[in-house]
Design a protein around this ligand. Structure first.
Ligand code: GCO
Ligand code: MN
Ligand code: MN
Length: 390
């Protein structure tokens, strides 16, 4: 049991909104009482987490008086100091207030857009006060159910304008945040703008400070849409843009379930951990997940422990996979090497192009040989099922 004990060095984080989620859904009210931020900090530290993240209003309720705000910050700070928990990421709630019913940065109402930027600047101030280094932008309300307003093209321009404004604010305040855009295909909107990691990466390239902005992919979001999460994060890593990651689980084609990490799609969870670990990703391992609505707080802490333990178990499996001689031998066959040809294709030159044109390939030989993936996949399954010795 102690083998998979989460520790701060593993960089596990949770949002106040995750373990603090009281379990209400569109059909039913809360099943758990609301718990305070300092209590959450204390419990997370006890479980071995490294950090805690928040939306502005998770910490400071929208209707708090200045006096209440001061007291909340003081108590939260005291809990952080007492436990050593850090706040690596902060974000803005741009979805709860009815004012954002048709978008925040992309609302067709200029007053709403300006208010969303104002609210975000204040939330950035709050995050910076607690040392946050990553600032997440999840545009949950940035989208449509109907295209009746025909604002999609304008929305792209407004979204860009907002991010450019906030990037300058980041610089002028010396906050040094890295911005991370979090794509999601739908929910709460019927269609959310920038629905995939690829869409977000394309958009980032159009910003004034593309170097400041990366992505925060979430397991559930790609899985909901039937896409591959490991492929999404691989693309983010390749682009040097994996600034943060939201780990959870999800059944394909369902509403946003936010299940315990690794509870549903073992293989995708394994390849997710493998990509994060093998690529040397240094950021937080953030669990943006909720305990099942069936649970009381005992279940919530089981859930939080479970997310972290499963990550560590899968990390162990990755090490086992990487060290498994039979798997490595099969992989060596799979990755067919040809230095002469790779030398030609690595970089264009007229000479290389000519040589490549003159090359004759053993096409039938290549065509007739299978790729050996059944074997590699079965060996991987056996590692995951725990029947291959270490
Ligand atoms: C969701 C999102 C959010 C964001 C959070 C941080 O599906 O509701 O994943 O949980 O991650 O707002 O920006
Ligand atoms: Mn989500
Ligand atoms: Mn998320």
């Amino acid at each position: 049991m102690t083998q998979y004990q989460p520790k701060p060095e593993h960089k596990f984080t949770f949002g106040l909104w995750t373990v603090g989620n009281p379990g209400s859904d569109p059909f039913g009210s809360a099943v758990r009482e609301t718990i305070s931020a300092p209590y959450i900090v204390e419990k997370l530290a006890e479980l071995g987490a490294w950090g805690v993240n928040f939306h502005d209003n998770d910490l400071i309720p929208a209707d708090a008086t200045p006096e209440q705000e001061r007291q909340i910050k003081k108590d939260f700070r005291a809990a952080l100091d007492a436990t050593g928990l850090v706040v690596p990421m902060a974000t803005t709630n741009l979805f709860k207030d009815p004012i954002f019913r048709d978008g925040a940065f992309t609302s067709a109402d200029a007053r709403v857009r300006a208010y969303a930027i104002q609210k975000t600047m204040k939330a950035m101030d709050l995050g910076a006060e607690f040392g946050a280094e990553t600032y997440v932008f999840w545009g949950g309300r940035e989208g449509t159910e109907v295209d009746a307003g025909s604002r999609t093209l304008d929305a792209m321009a407004w979204f860009r304008e907002a991010l450019n404004f906030l990037a300058e604010y980041n610089i002028s305040q010396g906050y040094n945040y890295k911005f991370a855009l979090e794509p999601k295909p739908n929910e709460p909107r019927g269609d959310i703008f920038l629905p995939t990691v690829g869409a977000a990466l394309g958009f980032i390239a159009t910003l004034d400070h593309p170097e400041m902005v990366g992505v925060n992919p979430e397991f559930a979001h790609d899985t909901m849409a039937g896409l591959s999460f490991p492929h999404a994060i691989a693309q983010a890593i390749d682009a040097g843009k994996l600034f943060h990651v939201d780990l959870n689980d999800q059944k394909m084609g369902r509403f946003d379930q936010d299940l315990r990490f690794g509870s549903e799609n073992y293989k995708s969870a394994f390849y997710t951990v493998k990509l994060l670990e093998d690529s040397g990703y240094q950021g937080p391992r953030h669990f943006d997940a909720h305990a099942l609505r069936t649970e009381d707080y005992d279940g919530v802490w089981e859930f939080a422990r479970g997310c972290m333990r499963t990550y560590l178990i899968l990390k162990d499996k990755v090490e086992q996979y990487n060290a498994d001689e039979e798997i490595q031998a099969a992989l060596a066959e799979y990755f067919v090497k040809d230095e002469a040809l790779s030398g030609l294709t690595a970089r264009f030159s007229p000479e290389n192009a000519q040589k490549l044109k003159d090359t004759s390939f053993d096409l039938d030989g290549i065509r007739s040989k299978g790729r050996g993936l059944e074997k590699i996949d079965q060996l991987t399954a056996e590692v995951l099922l725990g029947v291959r010795g270490k």
